[in-house]
Design a binder for this molecule. Structure first.
Ligand SMILES: NC(=O)c1ccc[n+]([C@@H]2O[C@H](COP(=O)([O-])OP(=O)(O)OC[C@H]3O[C@@H](n4cnc5c(N)ncnc54)[C@H](O)[C@@H]3O)[C@@H](O)[C@H]2O)c1
Length: 428
């Protein structure tokens, strides 16, 4: 039962710290379920955009954001004092790497701010992806120090990893099971009770450490399996074997196999970063290397250079050098149908081609200008642009791309996504 369905339920006040890919969808969903929500973010420009109803996150269309704002129960703010008086607070701030090490400064700042506004009986939940131990060893003590309260005795504390998959129309925030945890039984009850109002199914685990590890296990699993097919793709090409056909054939096995496909590398906030949080923790606590993660990093980080070398070979076959050629790149984001270009492998591909002296054109209507590397030119996908290029490289398969036009018009296509076929097309 939600407040929206039963107005006699108490309207709980929720603070969501960080209004990015994770925080904004959570905030909007909570408004829809009857909460009064403070969406707090230090980025004033982002807050102004949200207030105008101009959603910065593709998964939240403007009409959905507008409806949330129209309830009068969604306050987007950059003022830390607006965080006061919350019943539940969720932390969804970035957890990047700095010089290869976890940078927890955003979580520390968020916890300190929430601690200053924490009242007895409230619940604080960390959602940022991080290494096992962060909730209890880092967030808890900061909250206690800033509030003078004791975690467990005076307030509830837990961790719940976010599984949001931007651009996925099938698996949404609501219908994706949510793993929940608390530092004690009462905290777990509070955390689970909160998410039960927002998602179809919650999955309790026994402590925040298991919940933190769940997220890293999921992302490391993907990272390692992508590295496996990427390495196989490179060997298969050298051996003259069609890796894509082998993957399709293996995918007919109804059990014991899961389909992963090669690509120009891994990107986004998760795969290039999260497994390193786990390997850092293993190394720091146990003094041992997490070899799978290190190997997967090595293979996946090499993929942009491999794409450039395949393109170079293909030009070489036509007696062309990279220098001076016009190369058209399709897709700059890290995955299809999103504008998120963080850690995107398309960027090192573009940068390397610029370094080699190519005239690099890039098409990506989803991605902001600020993510375009220096020296590349943003263009639209037209017959003239395609015809003018010595080669086209498909790095991301956005729905908006007219790939028939590309195959029809291009002299040569290097397709890293296996989304086009033709006599002028080479696959990774
Ligand atoms: N994007 C995804 O698909 C995804 C999926 C699952 C988990 N995660 C994890 O969720 C966390 C957040 O990721 P995201 O993609 O939403 O990041 P994001 O960069 O899109 O958003 C984070 C926001 O937090 C704000 N912020 C930073 N410090 C703050 C502070 N002290 N107080 C208030 N606001 C602050 C930033 O201005 C930014 O707008 C990360 O740990 C990430 O690994 C992301």
């Amino acid at each position: 039962m939600t407040n929206a369905e039963d107005p006699t339920l108490p309207a709980q006040r929720l603070v969501v710290v960080g209004q990015g890919y994770v925080g904004l969808p959570l905030a909007v969903r909570a408004v829809e379920q009857g909460f009064t929500v403070v969406g707090f973010d230090l980025d004033v420009a982002r807050i102004e955009r949200i207030r105008r109803g101009d959603s910065p996150v593709e998964d939240i269309p403007n009409d959905r954001l507008g409806a949330a704002l129209a309830t009068g129960r969604f306050i987007a703010t950059a003022d830390p004092d607006d965080c006061s008086g919350f019943d539940v607070a969720v932390i969804s701030v970035p957890t990047p790497l700095r010089e290869g090490m976890p940078d927890l400064s955003f979580i520390e700042a968020a916890a300190r701010n929430l601690g200053e506004h924490l009242k007895p009986g409230a619940t604080v939940i960390l959602e940022s992806t991080t290494y096992p131990g962060t909730t209890q060893e880092l967030a808890g003590p900061i909250l206690e120090d800033a509030s003078g309260l004791v975690a467990g005795a005076d307030f509830h504390l837990g961790y719940s990893p976010e599984r949001i998959d931007p651009g996925n129309p099938t698996w949404t925030f609501e219908n994706t099971p949510k793993v929940v945890s608390g530092i004690d039984a009462a905290s777990l009850t509070a955390v689970q009770g909160f998410y039960d109002r927002l998602v179809d199914r919650t999955v309790p685990v026994s402590s925040p450490m298991e919940a933190e590890l769940t997220k890293l296990l999921e992302n490391t699993f993907r990272h390692v399996n992508i590295a496996l097919v990427n390495e196989l793709a490179m060997f298969s090409h050298a051996l003259g074997i069609n890796i894509w056909e082998a993957i399709d054939a293996a995918s007919t096995k109804p059990f014991g196999f899961m389909r992963f496909t090669p690509g120009p590398g891994v990107g986004g906030h998760c795969l290039p970063i999260d497994p390193s949080y786990l390997s850092w923790r293993v190394r720091r606590t146990l003094g041992e290397a997490f070899r799978f993660v290190e190997l997967a990093n090595d293979v996946n980080e090499h993929m942009p250079a491999y794409v450039v070398s395949r393109l170079t070979e293909s030009l070489n076959d036509r007696s062309l050098s990279v220098r001076g050629q016009r190369i058209l790149l399709l897709g700059l984001s890290y995955k299809r149908n999103t504008g998120d270009a963080r850690e995107s492998p398309s960027q090192p591909v573009a940068r390397r081609l610029v370094e080699l002296g190519a005239d690099v054109l890039v098409v990506d209507p989803h991605v902001d200008d600020r993510f375009f590397p220096a020296g590349v030119t943003r263009v639209d996908l037209t017959e003239d642009t395609v015809a003018s290029a010595a080669a086209v490289v498909v790095l991301v398969n956005h729905d908006v791309f007219d790939l028939d036009l590309v195959v029809r018009t291009a002299t040569c296509v290097l397709d890293t996504q296996h989304c086009v076929n033709g006599p002028n097309v080479e696959h990774l």
